[in-house]
Design a protein around this ligand. Sequence first.
Ligand SMILES: [Zn+2]
Length: 266
Amino acid sequence: MEDEAGSDLLHIGRRERAILNFNLKKGMMTNAEQPGRAEWVPGPVLLLGAPGVGKGTQAQRLVTRFGVPQISTGDLLREHVRLATSLGVEAKRLMDAGKLVSDDVVNGMVAARLAQPDTAGGYILDGFPRTEAQSAWLDDELGRSNSEVPLVAVQILVPEAELLQRITGRRICKACQHIYNVFSHPARVEGLCDLDGSVLEQRSDDTEAAFYRRMAEYEAKTAAVIEHYRRQKRFAGVDGSGSMDDVQDCILRALHVFRDERRQKS
Ligand SMILES: [Zn+2]
């Protein structure tokens, strides 16, 4: 298994190094602009949030701010399949047979990615771990490596009524793709784009029924993972109902609390 992961590193090395250099440069710029933040790194972060809470935006902000990579198992899977690494070939064999990609394969891809040097200051995990077994595996993996700080899980929380409005109120201009919301950001003339007068549309899956279905799916999918980190007191829920800046501040505060507490204990 270790040999396999090692050979995969060689396959993805060149591209990863280019990303690393880019991130390092960005990280230094970020730190220089924010005196006093230079030594602080976010460490491993699992960002969770139901559809519509703005998880993607917040993840991107953390990436830009600290120059840490976002690690998505979806991206890793596509990359390994594209490069036909040993793990990629195995994943493709399973998918072609209509089977789920096994934990061994997914974990192998994550292990190879976490061994890259650009993860030293931390990273944002996206779509992993999904199960209790994967969470336990990741704890072992991080325990084995000399990771300085443990993974922290942060869930962005928006009251259900507000989330429902965010999604069912969403209208999109057919012509310019500008996004409106009938509750929080309505067009001046109902149903027409302010910018070009085109008709605004509602996406077919932005209905109330689809919203509740997606919420139930999300909760079922994340319950075990949240419970895992909650039990270990490495879980924080943050208020996602404010502005993008407010939410980012809440996330940073949550991370600081965990990291500072740990430092005081050790
Ligand atoms: Zn428009």
